[in-house]
Design a protein around this ligand. Structure first.
Ligand SMILES: Nc1ncnc2c1ncn2[C@@H]1O[C@H](COP(=O)(O)OP(=O)(O)OP(=O)(O)O)[C@@H](O)[C@H]1O
Ligand SMILES: [Mg+2]
Length: 450
């Protein structure tokens, strides 16, 4: 059973965009309208085809009476009757009407129905079978006859299909145009929302400098103005944080420098004095026990003095003040190489750089942390430190060929974070490049004058 960690509701899964949803709705509506229109059109067409066929047949029957007159008798007037029948069949030719005159016992001989130029499904929906009409007649002898009219719907179907397919094409074209129009209109209407989303995205990625353009829609402009105010507040907060962090770093470095000087001037001098006294006693005393004690005091004092010097050097690299950044870094790297043999090192210094830039202590501390990391995490075989000048900035690159890491995942410690913060609080920036198995590279840019 899973237990919710906090009372926060889970974020909703991202669904289709508003534009897509509206278009889907419009599509569904169009499909329903389309189905309704098609049903209506089919019903109308069926009705029209039947009505048309029925009226053609009725007209043909009336014409038979009006144009051909009474049916000649058989067998007395066989030739006339054959001519009469020819004229009868000629009457229907044009509208696919078939006419026939049947004596009792005769059955009609219809030609095969014409092939309609319409799809079978349409023919099935509208009028599948030929329609047949019948009228009682008698010939001149009084023999009862059946006058048959058969209406083949092929022509009507072809005409109806042409109308119907035009109508379908019109409907589909209209739906397509409406869809395109809605898509474009929604795209234009939602463009300001996308701009606002872009602005929020930039905020989420720490970019507080952009400002959102006015969209002309008052409600959205109010949201954009609020986002801009939020960005300005965050930017001011970040600037203040950096200023404070920079100030804290400066104060810390000043205090360390002061402490180093106190240790050097007070403790260092006193220890040196003790050592000198111990040496003097060792040289002047006559009692061997005193000589030995004095030597022991001298040796212990020398050890303590060595530790104090190392402490002083760590607290503040005096060489930075005395000889400058190049010498301080050179010494730092050389000492590190001695302690971590057989790792090899290389140091490149651009002579265009000033020896004592204001940012010197920050560059020094960054290299110090970088080298500590190489020793602790990298398992490297070679380390390169390169410093050069770029306009009014000092550029620094510290690279190793060790096992590297994923910089995005390396968020536990304070070292890399501190490097970035230090560079930013001094008005520069630092980036860490690395991939598993490909070493790690620290790039730093620091303004020379801070
Ligand atoms: N040169 C390097 N090679 C390989 N991995 C490194 C290197 N430098 C840092 N890392 C990885 O990045 C992580 C974060 O480094 P970071 O310096 O921020 O913290 P840390 O060294 O673990 O602790 P600390 O806060 O004492 O510095 C390390 O734990 C390590 O996994
Ligand atoms: Mg570290």
């Amino acid at each position: 059973m899973s237990v919710p960690v906090s009372g926060r509701p889970a974020p909703p899964r991202p669904g289709a965009s508003l534009r897509t949803r509206l278009l889907r709705g419009l599509l569904a509506l169009s499909l329903v309208a389309f189905a309704l229109a098609v049903t209506l059109a089919v019903a109308n067409t069926r009705h029209n085809v039947r009505a048309e066929l029925a009226s053609s047949a009725a007209l043909a029957l009336d014409l038979v009476d009006g144009l051909l007159g009474p049916v000649p008798a058989l067998p007395g007037d066989a030739a006339r009757r054959a001519e009469w029948l020819d004229q009868l069949r000629e009457l229907g030719r044009h509208r696919h009407l078939r006419l026939d005159l049947l004596a009792p016992g005769d059955s009609p001989r219809w030609p095969a129905p014409a092939e309609a130029a319409a799809p079978a499904w349409f023919a099935a929906l509208v009028a599948s079978e030929p329609i047949q009409f019948e009228r009682e007649r008698r010939d001149a002898d009084g023999t009862p006859l059946r006058l048959l009219v058969r209406a083949d719907p092929a022509d009507e179907l072809a005409e109806a299909w042409t109308d119907f397919s035009d109508f379908l094409a019109l409907l589909a074209g209209f739906a397509l145009l409406a869809g395109l129009l809605v898509w474009r209109l929604l795209g234009a209407a939602l463009a300001p929302v996308r701009v606002i989303l872009g602005g929020l995205d930039a905020l989420a990625h720490g970019d507080y400098d952009g400002r959102l353009a006015s969209s002309g829609v008052p409600e959205l402009d109010r949201i954009a103005a609020t986002v801009d105010r939020l960005a300005a507040t965050l930017a001011a907060g970040r600037a203040e944080n950096r200023r404070l962090a920079g100030h804290a770093l400066t104060v810390r470095e000043d205090e360390r420098r002061l402490l180093a000087r106190e240790l050097h001037d007070e403790l260092g001098q006193s220890l040196s004095a003790i050592q000198a006294d111990a040496t003097l006693i060792a040289h002047t005393a006559t009692d061997p026990r005193h000589i030995e004690s004095a030597r022991a005091i001298g040796a212990t004092t020398a050890d303590i003095l060595g530790s104090v010097r190392e402490l002083i050097r760590r607290l503040h690299p005096a060489v930075l003040d005395v000889l400058g950044l190049r010498a301080a870094l050179g010494q730092l790297l050389a000492d590190w190489a001695v302690r971590h043999a057989p790792v090899t090192t290389r140091f490149d210094w651009d002579p265009a750089l000033p020896e004592r830039p204001a940012c010197g202590i920050h560059a020094y501390r960054i290299v110090q942390e970088g080298l500590t990391n190489v020793a602790r995490h990298a398992e490297a075989g070679h380390v390169e430190l390169r410093l050069w000048r770029e306009a009014d900035a000092l550029r620094l690159e510290l690279a190793d060929d060790g096992r590297g890491c994923d910089p995005a995942a390396a968020t536990d410690g304070f070292g890399l974070h501190g490097i970035r913060e230090r560079a930013q609080s001094f008005g520069g920036h630092a980036t860490i490049e690395s991939a598993t198995g490909q070493g790690l590279r620290i790039h730093v840019r620091l303004p020379l004058d801070g």
